[in-house]
Design a protein around this ligand. Structure first.
Ligand SMILES: Nc1ncnc2c1ncn2[C@@H]1O[C@H](COP(=O)(O)OP(=O)(O)O)[C@@H](O)[C@H]1O
Ligand SMILES: Nc1ccn([C@H]2C[C@H](O)[C@@H](COP(=O)(O)OP(=O)(O)O)O2)c(=O)n1
Length: 221
């Protein structure tokens, strides 16, 4: 696996990881892994089966057996198009809850490794550089202030036809970040080998350009 070049982009919710990772992947012709989608799919599948998000063994078994197809931008769960359903705030909270269960994380590991194919992979999440792809050639920790992230999430939800409440979104982001940071397994953290990219006052283009510059540096080192 390690001969496939991997770029990891980890960071808190709504920092722009997915947007930047997809743009970098497109620029380099690399594959893209949205690892958060796997936790979101697990949470949604559990809800649909009537399981509680904290039932570790049942949810882990479900995660291991997930029938998922990533078809371009579309995501199918057991043949059902859930592209929008997995993006709701409720499913995001569920994802953060199931993601704290060690057996669920193990059940999703092989599926994530399978994304590392030639010519390369850009993977975004919380533990891409620390646990899933520790040998990645470039590791980025992408963040922004809680205010900037809450505003971005609100705009994103409005564009999707929801009517978000800024105060509720801010509270939700903060409690999700806290859960993701304080869990025992694979906590969200900026590890020493990751380069910090704070996009509080930076546009998407600039963030993408910075990652591509770092990648050039890696290749020429
Ligand atoms: N640097 C940036 N400046 C302004 N908005 C951004 C920036 N990066 C991302 N966004 C916007 O913020 C929202 C959340 O980005 P997303 O990539 O979904 O974040 P994450 O994957 O970290 O949750 C998107 O609507 C995206 O267009
Ligand atoms: N590699 C990952 C990716 C996501 N998670 C968990 C933690 C997050 O709260 C949820 C949802 O992740 P996702 O990246 O889709 O969430 P955001 O779009 O950043 O809000 O899943 C994780 O624990 N490890």
């Amino acid at each position: 696996m390690s001969f496939v070049p991997v770029i990891t982009i980890d960071g808190p919710s709504a920092s722009g990881k997915g947007t930047v990772a997809q743009r970098v992947a497109a620029a380099l012709g690399f594959h893209y892994l949205d690892s958060g989608a796997l936790y979101r799919l697990t949470a949604l599948a559990a809800e649909r089966r009537g399981l509680r998000w904290r039932d570790e063994l049942e949810v882990a078994q479900l995660a291991g057996d997930l029938d998922v197809v990533f078809d371009g931008a579309a995501v199918l769960l057991e043949g059902d198009n859930v592209t929008e359903a997995i993006r709701s705030e409720t499913v995001g909270i569920g994802a953060s809850i199931v993601a704290a269960l060690p057996a669920v994380r193990s059940a999703l590991l092989a599926r994530q490794h399978a994304f590392a194919e030639v010519p390369g992979l850009v993977a975004d999440g919380r533990d891409m550089g620390s646990v899933v792809f520790p040998d990645a050639r470039l590791k980025v920790f992408l963040t922004a202030s809680a205010e900037a992230r809450a505003e971005r999430r609100c705009k994103q939800l409005s564009a999707a036809g929801e009517q978000p409440d800024l105060a509720a979104i801010t509270a939700d982001l903060e409690s999700r970040d806290e859960r993701d940071r304080s869990r025992a397994v694979a906590p969200l953290q900026q590890w020493p080998d990751a380069l910090l990219l704070d996009t509080t006052n930076m546009g998407i283009d600039e963030a993408v350009e910075q990652v591509l510059r770092w990648w050039k540096d890696v290749l020429s080192a």
